[in-house]
Design a protein around this ligand. Structure first.
Ligand code: NAD
Length: 457
């Protein structure tokens, strides 16, 4: 049965495009074609594969503004963010291209012969992406997988297939072989699931909710299929009394409002040492109120709408009338708007403080001392990111070592760079993406022993 997805502009609710979904039968065909393309691709000289990826990067760069404008329309991202996102795809392709000729195995000394360890491509890789960062997250899996000699089948989220489809066109225009990188839009439980179950797909790279990630891991387990999971988060922003409180408060709004809070790394639990609590809150209130929320296509806009009506209802359900809040502004009328919101005076176990809201909502919780801060920071099933604000370098190191999370920053909220590893502890994920080892994650290790014993009589 064929079906299609309606892509709406989240800022206006206008129809942007209608995209046919990929059937299970079409997934089968895509896998067969990808496998054939992969055999040719992996047989190319490394320098030729690298050159092809660089040409793709140049093509993305030439269409950066077009891709960014498309992301504004399909996902409601601010234009500044969307330009960064398209640029991130270009940079990932360039970085991965640099790894092709450096993807070397090892030679380990053994008696009686030569022992070599080879890194071979896996074959066809399935990348399943969420709607919150459609371009970068697609590229986090796709670029290193291609560079390591694999073919990629990318399943974008139902609400945001357009930039992924455009990237596939640009790949072809840049000269990448046909069928090597295919985009298969469709429903998660149909098209996505077909990729996960398919015996011809060697690895699944999944980014999305912890709930779906667990299902995918279970399906992969049945086939012992390789899987990387990048899942949810409820990251702490720990502000010690010895920190530059002015700077910490000024940086707090965009640490959870960027991308309207639809960010797995959003610092949504602001933990503030009690002795600095009042000083911090005096500064945080005006900072929240001054965030510019509105048309994401405007250069000055800092925060746009949520992705969909479903997401808006979900965020609303966490912010009930009896909570103490500080709120910023949001446009009235069409679009999926929710204002920047800070919740105070809640128990750390309350749903808004413990669950991933995935909207522009953070809670502020006081703590007493360093041990209490670490206890609160770690009181979560997640472990993706976190920030530590302090002027005491010993404390910065101690707390970085004590917080169980994959990506921490001190006196900063930056946590994603394409050349450093990224991923989560606990229920925030499994495996790592990005960084110098990204290509290796798309290879199988083979050890070969070659005897040097003479066979002459
Ligand atoms: P989601 O889990 O609903 O969907 C993610 C993708 O999985 C979509 O493409 C969807 O179609 C597909 N999918 C859904 N059910 C499937 C199934 N049964 N089989 C195969 N594929 C299926 O998540 P979402 O709502 O799109 O994204 C938001 C979530 O993603 C948040 O929880 C967020 O924290 C997480 N996220 C994590 C990271 C990270 O790097 N850790 C980055 C971004 C987003």
């Amino acid at each position: 049965m064929s079906y299609e997805h309606h892509v709406l502009n989240p800022a206006t609710e206008e129809l942007v495009a209608t995209v046919p979904a990929t059937t299970v039968h079409e997934v089968d065909t895509a896998v067969v074609r990808a496998a054939a393309a992969q055999r040719t691709w992996s047989a190319l000289a490394p320098a030729d594969r690298a050159r092809a990826l660089r040409r793709f990067a140049v093509k993305v760069d030439e269409h950066l503004e077009e891709l960014a404008r498309l992301e504004v329309r399909e996902a409601g991202h601010t234009i500044g963010n969307a330009r960064w996102e398209a640029g991130n795809v270009r940079d990932l392709l360039d970085y991965a291209a640099g790894g092709v000729e450096r993807l070397s195995g090892r030679q380990i000394p053994v008696p009686g012969g030569l022992n070599v360890t080879l890194l071979e491509p896996l074959g066809v890789v399935g990348v399943i992406a969420p709607w919150n960062f459609p371009m970068p997250i697609a590229a986090w899996g796709t670029a290193p997988a291609l560079a390591a000699g694999n073919a990629v089948l990318l399943k974008p989220a139902e609400t945001t297939p357009l930039t992924a489809l455009r990237l596939a066109e640009l790949a072809l225009e840049s000269g990448l072989p046909e069928h090597l990188f295919q985009v298969l839009p469709g429903a998660g439980d149909v098209t996505g699931n077909a990729l996960v179950e398919h015996p011809g797909v060697a690895k699944i790279v999944f980014t999305g909710s912890t709930r779906v990630g667990k299902q995918i891991m279970a399906t992969c387990a049945d086939r012992v299929k390789r899987v990387t999971l990048e899942l949810g988060g409820k990251s702490p922003n720990i502000v010690f009394a010895d920190a530059d409180i002015e700077a910490a408060a000024a940086a707090t709004p965009m640490s959870f409002l960027d991308n309207s809070g639809q960010d797995c790394c959003a610092r949504t639990r602001v933990l503030v040492q009690r002795s600095a609590y009042d000083r911090f809150m005096e500064r945080l209130g005006p900072a929240i109120e001054s965030v510019v929320v509105g048309d994401p296509a405007e250069e000055k806009t800092q925060m746009g709408p949520l992705i969909s009506k479903v997401q808006l209802e979900r965020v609303r359900s966490y912010v009930t009338g009896d909570l103490d809040t500080i709120t910023g502004s949001a446009p009235e009328g069409p679009g999926f708007w929710f204002p920047p919101t800070v919740v105070t005076g809640v128990d750390p176990a309350a749903p808004v403080a413990a669950e991933e809201v995935f909207g522009p909502v953070a809670v502020v919780l006081p703590f007493e001392d360093e041990a209490d801060a670490v206890r609160l920071a770690n009181a979560t099933e997640y472990g993706l990111s976190g920030s530590i604000w302090t002027r005491d370098s010993g404390r910065a190191i101690r707390v970085s070592q004590a917080v169980r999370a994959g990506n921490l920053s001190v006196n900063s909220h930056a946590s994603v760079r394409y050349w450093t590893p990224f991923g989560g502890y606990q229920q925030s994920g499994l495996g790592r993406e990005l960084g110098p080892d990204a290509l290796t994650a798309f290879t199988e290790t083979k050890n070969v022993f070659i005897s040097t014993e003479s066979t002459e009589a």
